[in-house]
Design a protein around this ligand. Structure first.
Ligand SMILES: Cc1ncc(COP(=O)(O)O)c(C=O)c1O
Length: 712
């Protein structure tokens, strides 16, 4: 058997090529008879059928998860209906036009922002908020409910300043408020609500110390309708003591630990073993203590939270009914109850199935949700003769998920291994050990018979055996490659291996889609253009991080790959993909793995001018200097030491300038012609002053234009 030394010498004779020089020692691979090879493509992608945008909509389930905000327009681009169902045809926004505006160099009339990019649509936020309020208003009227709905936005879902400010502004007519779960969230909620309705609630959840409670109490003295919700029994003492010290009477809520349990991932919050809330005994103890200190009138709100993504209205009705009973009991015990806060949980249909069968979908919409809450509370209160409470919900995911789209680019893709046999394949196979040659013969025989299982067994055996012999130095790289090629060829011919390509994306999963990695959450992802063309290949998405978890290989619809277009077929520019429905949680949870920071952000409003939209804010993502600073590095000092080294080596300013520029560019890859260097240098939120319609960008803005180079 040839050892490695022999392989070196085993140079094939000139012109040696499979199969003409076949010596008969091994069977020649020939076409298999074992069934039709599977192309690995979705049935919709059968290569002979004509293609259309409707087929793309069906393939990517756009109508299911996208309505009423996202659809595919006749140009084959993803489009946004910023006012939902009320959007007029001329108000629809072509996402590709927004991307072009954001990324094109300033010299070409763009904003020069690097990708990845988050596009925010405040109009969508407004529509979500108005739709939620309308759903409750309708349910209240339809059921003769004798109080009103007054929701709060839990800022933890996305604390972005402009989202919170928008929601407070859009929500003022509905007395819409905010929920905070920590001291910084409380500070931001307090300051935002100074511009909101005076009746709006500021619901204080989360663990509380004296400072948190004092802050909440002070907020009441400046006209904010703050409610301190007890998450733990011990917090009551802090509230009583701090209120005496500060001299402000609190409005108190309590979070009940319901017995109703939600079984999905998000349900760990609920049930008797849930992390949060007060047990029945603790609730009674709070009532008794408040009564002793003559503060039972302060207890006015009952809160519960079954968990995010409540899958169906039956479970919701169960939880709300249980809570309504507690509410009525608290009234009976003498508390001045007036609000029932049903927490979060209003879900999103990420996969468009409207099924409620998994964490990816819910089997109801806003209207059914609101009707369920109203009916359940009304039924219990009427039974117990208790006045109908104000209804509050802490709907976060449902408010902000739709309002933003994450855009990123696929910059390269793996090419499928050629199906042609490597030229000298037989030559190398012929040099394998007897055992391996026997595996090879058996592999071919079972392939010809269409016995796929046996085929796989021999292929695995052959590969394993050869790998071991390679480790022992008996085979060369060429032998291993020949065996791999052969097994790949056989697998493809029998339909066992689907040619899934790897698309490299200019994104960090850990920064921008953390829930995919952390809890297996799936979001709709698809190309945002070329949707009038057949996506001819299936691919998975590999991110930029040096981490094998940085890979999107699960998609909605149970797919392990995504139909994509050949990069080579994309003319004039990059290949852009969008992740939709990711407006909640992803930005706040995202980390700095490999020091990739957040994407650039543009805020885009529908406008009636010729361009249909106005970019009202444009901010480049975190620079290398920003992310280094976040890890306690000091970019200025780092640069100084590098500059000194450049001087010691007598190198010119150009090198120092390049290093300086790198500090102020985003960590993502820069390639292609559509990005300009100047787009990468401003890190100043609010500096853009982008208000002009369509073209939007104010070129005179010095701050935006300022090249923030470190001194060279
Ligand atoms: C107490 C509380 N309220 C509200 C929410 C928001 O829930 P959702 O995003 O499902 O509306 C959460 C999130 O888990 C929560 O823990």
């Amino acid at each position: 058997m040839p050892a490695l030394a022999c392989v070196d010498a085993a140079v094939p004779p000139p012109g040696y090529a499979f199969p003409t020089t076949w010596d008969g020692s091994l069977p020649v691979p020939e076409p298999f008879s074992g069934g039709t090879p599977d192309t690995g493509l979705h049935p919709l992608l059968h290569p002979t059928s004509p293609w259309s945008t409707d087929l793309s909509a069906s393939l990517y389930k756009v109508d299911g998860w996208g309505a009423p905000y996202f659809y595919i327009n006749s140009a084959g681009n993803m489009s946004v209906r910023p006012h939902g169902a009320a959007t007029l045809p001329h108000q629809e926004l072509d996402l590709m036009k927004v991307v072009k505006k954001a990324t094109e160099p300033k010299s070409a009339g763009g904003l020069g922002l690097p990708l990845p990019l988050i596009v925010r649509f405040p109009d969508v936020l407004r529509d979500r908020l108005e739709s939620l309020n309308a759903a409750f208003e309708f349910a209240i009227q339809a059921n003769g409910y004798r109080s009103h709905y007054q929701g709060v936005y839990p800022v933890k879902c996305n604390q972005d300043r402009y989202i919170v400010e928008d929601l407070v502004e859009f929500g003022a007519p509905f007395r819409f408020g905010l929920e905070a779960g920590s001291k910084p969230e409380l500070l931001l909620a307090m300051s935002c609500l100074t511009k909101g309705s005076p009746d709006a609630f500021l619901v204080c959840n989360g663990y509380k110390d004296e400072e948190y409670v004092a802050l909440a109490l002070i907020s009441r003295t400046i006209g904010i309708n703050t409610v301190i919700v007890l998450e733990q029994e011990e917090e009551l003492d802090t509230v009583i003591e701090t209120s005496r010290r500060v001299g402000v009477k609190p409005v108190i809520g309590l979070r009940a630990k319901l017995r109703t349990k939600h079984s999905g991932h998000f349900g760990s919050t609920s049930g008797e073993k849930g992390k949060f809330g007060l047990t029945t005994a603790q609730i009674l103890s709070v009532v008794s203590k408040l009564s002793q200190v003559e503060m039972l009138d302060c207890l006015q709100l009952l809160h519960f939270h079954i968990g995010s993504q409540i899958p169906n209205t039956a479970l919701l009705a169960d939880g709300v009914s249980e809570a309504a009973q507690i509410y009525c009991e608290l009234t009976r015990l003498g508390a001045s109850m007036r609000v029932i806060d049903v927490g979060g949980g209003l879900g999103i249909d990420y996969d468009g199935t409207h099924s409620g069968g998994s964490d990816l979908s819910v089997g109801y919409g806003l209207d059914e949700y609101a009707a369920t809450v109203v009916q359940a509370v009304r039924y219990v209160c009427d039974q117990k003769g208790v006045n109908h409470p104000v209804l509050c919900s802490e709907s976060g995911r449902a408010l902000v998920s739709h309002h933003s789209v994450l855009i990123f680019e696929a910059f390269s893709a793996s090419q499928p291994a050629s199906l042609e046999l490597r030229q000298n394949l037989v030559y190398y196979l012929d040099q394998l050990t007897d055992d391996s040659r026997a595996d090879y013969r058996n592999l071919m025989a079972s392939a010809v018979q269409g016995d796929y299982d046996t085929c796989n067994v021999y292929a695995e055996q052959l590969k394993k055996r050869c790998a071991e012999q390679f480790k022992d130095g008996m085979l060369g790289l060429e032998h291993l490659a020949a065996v791999d090629d052969l097994c790949e060829l056989v697998a493809r011919e029998i339909g066992a291996a689907k040619p899934v390509r790897e698309y490299h994306i200019n994104l960090s999963l850990f920064t921008s889609i953390p829930d995919f990695w952390a809890i297996g959450q799936l979001f709709p992802i698809l190309p945002i253009h070329h949707l009038d063309q057949r996506p001819g290949v299936d691919g998975v998405l590999l991110d930029l991080t040096c981490d094998s978890d940085g890979k999107v290989d699960r998609f909605i619809d149970g797919r392990s790959s995504l139909p994509l277009h050949e990069l080579g077929s994309i003319e004039g520019g990059g290949y852009y993909l969008g992740m939709f429905l990711g407006g909640a949680y992803q930005e706040a949870l995202g980390g700095l793995h490999n020091l990739f920071g957040g994407p650039s952000v543009v805020r885009v409003s529908q406008s009636d001018g010729p361009h249909c939209f106005t970019v009202t804010r444009a901010v480049p993502g975190a620079s290398c200097a920003d992310v280094l600073r976040a890890m306690q590095h000091e970019p200025e000092l780092m640069f100084d030491s590098l500059k000194r080294r450049i001087e010691e080596y007598s190198l010119g300013d150009t090198k120092a300038c390049a290093i300086s520029h790198a500090f102020y560019s985003m960590p993502y890859l820069v390639y292609g012609t559509h990005l300009s260097g100047d787009g990468m240098v401003s890190d100043s939120e609010g500096s853009s002053g982008v208000t002009e319609e369509g073209s939007g960008y104010d070129d005179d803005d010095d701050e935006w234009d300022m090249m923030r180079c470190l001194s060279v």
